[in-house]
Design a protein around this ligand. Structure first.
Ligand SMILES: Cc1cc2nc3c(=O)[nH]c(=O)nc-3n(C[C@H](O)[C@H](O)[C@H](O)COP(=O)(O)O)c2cc1C
Ligand SMILES: CCCCCCC(=O)C(=O)O
Length: 395
């Protein structure tokens, strides 16, 4: 089996806040090594986090139909076991945009990670790096691009961009991200307005004392006044169109990957307007409720793109078998959002590291049982289809 050399050294606490003091101790003391799966991390995170924070992280929009579908659709896709293939060595190495990854799992941008752990985005970034992969920093992070750049030795991963009504804010942010060492810009295209997550209204969500959106400390944007939906409606440019991709590409040399494609038509527009990559994403089911699951949409997007640019998928990935299915349907990698927040809440750096290790180990085992020993050998033939749908043999 492929061995990964981890640097288990735990980074020092670098946070300027002490949110941990306001939390109960439930679940603390459990060693990250003892967790068997992502769901166990979620359960501990739910026990440890203040209700307002857990609900913000966990919830989907409206009736949360898509939230369930993102996970459940994976379980309806069947894999084909294949036997008598030499799987004594499984190689999970791959690369995306020329960046080598030890396995095809990256970390999706999630806002405000210091609500989960005082080290927030820095622990996530370092755990990703030590597992041979990368994280994406949200525009709305509780760590600035500069601080993450420094903490990661100039290799902080990818940067997610929200385009603000005041374009100069986004333009400066892109330049700052480039300076800090980020290697790609993810333009989120599914959020002209924030989806309605009812628990955020019920809990009257506000940033816990001591935390700020650290990319904007010199602007009124650093604090959230009047709730998340109002913040986004006031600040985010809902007039953005495909033409604005040209603007973004004109202000950066970095690859621009569009995040939030959910149909072949938009995939074709992404290619036409010059996107360097696509992320099939429904924003963790937090935007348009009753939209399909992402794994359901992925094969259609892959077919439309026809190999012209890489396609990544996120949403509902909780098991190694999910990763295998996404790759079988043509994704070059997957991203995970909430599992990282659960790992971070449970045990900071160690928790995120273990979440990634679990997924990698599950992927390795499922590859072995499906009879594929390298990422390049994964294809749609791994997906089991009913014999009834196969042509009958001629008698
Ligand atoms: C708490 C939370 C915050 C998020 N913040 C952002 C964000 O700032 N920018 C963005 O593009 N996507 C954001 N997302 C969406 C994620 O990038 C990703 O698409 C989603 O979490 C993947 O689904 P999963 O959580 O089921 O893995 C957020 C998702 C969650 C759960
Ligand atoms: C700063 C307030 C809004 C954060 C929104 C981040 C996000 O994308 C999410 O899904 O939540």
């Amino acid at each position: 089996m492929d061995k990964i050399t981890n640097n288990p050294q735990k980074p020092a606490i670098v946070s300027d806040i002490t949110l941990a003091n306001s939390r109960t101790n439930r679940g603390q003391g459990r060693k990250s090594d003892s967790y068997l799966n992502i769901e166990e991390f979620r359960i501990v995170a739910e026990r440890k986090l203040p209700r307002m924070v857990y609900d913000y992280y966990a919830s989907g929009s409206d009736n949360q139909i898509t939230l369930g579908e993102n996970v459940n659709f994976y379980s309806r896709i069947k894999l084909t076991p294949r036997c008598l293939v030499d799987v004594s060595n499984i190689n999970t190495k791959t690369s995306v945009f020329g960046i080598p990854l030890s396995f095809p799992v990256m970390i999706a941008p999630t806002a405000m990670q210091k609500m989960a752990h005082p080290n927030g985005e820095i622990d996530t970034c370092l755990a990703a790096r030590d597992m041979g992969t990368l994280m994406t920093l949200s525009s709305l992070a509780t760590t600035s691009v500069e601080d993450l750049g420094k903490a990661s030795g100039g290799n902080p991963g990818w940067f997610q961009l929200y385009v603000f009504k005041d374009r100069s804010i986004s333009e400066k942010l892109v330049k700052r991200a480039e300076m800090a060492g980020f290697k790609a810009i993810l333009l989120t295209i599914d959020t002209p307005f924030l989806g309605r997550r009812e628990s955020d209204y019920r809990n009257e969500f506000s940033l816990p004392t001591g935390l700020q959106l650290r990319n904007f400390t010199d602007l009124p944007l650093a604090d959230i006044q009047g709730g998340l939906n109002k913040y986004m409606a006031t600040m985010i440019d809902s007039s953005l169109t495909w033409n604005d991709l040209a603007w973004l590409k004109s202000i950066t040399k970095l690859p621009v990957i569009v995040k939030g494609v959910m149909c072949p038509q938009d995939a074709l527009l992404a290619v036409k307007y010059g996107a360097d990559g696509i992320i099939v994403s429904n924003h963790g089911a937090r935007q348009l409720d009753t939209s399909p699951s992402t794994i359901e949409v992925l094969p259609y997007v892959v077919r439309a793109v026809g190999g012209r640019i890489p396609v990544i998928v996120d949403g509902g990935v909780r098991r190694g078998t999910d990763i295998l299915k996404a790759l079988a349907y043509g994704a070059c990698a997957v991203m995970i959002g909430r599992p990282v927040l659960w790992g971070l809440a449970a045990d900071g750096y160690d928790g995120v590291l273990k979440v990634l290790q679990l997924l990698r180990d599950e992927l390795v085992l499922s590859m072995a049982l499906a009879g594929v020993n390298s990422i390049s050998k994964i294809d749609e033939s791994l997906i089991w289809s009913s014999p009834n749908s196969l042509p009958r043999p001629k008698l």
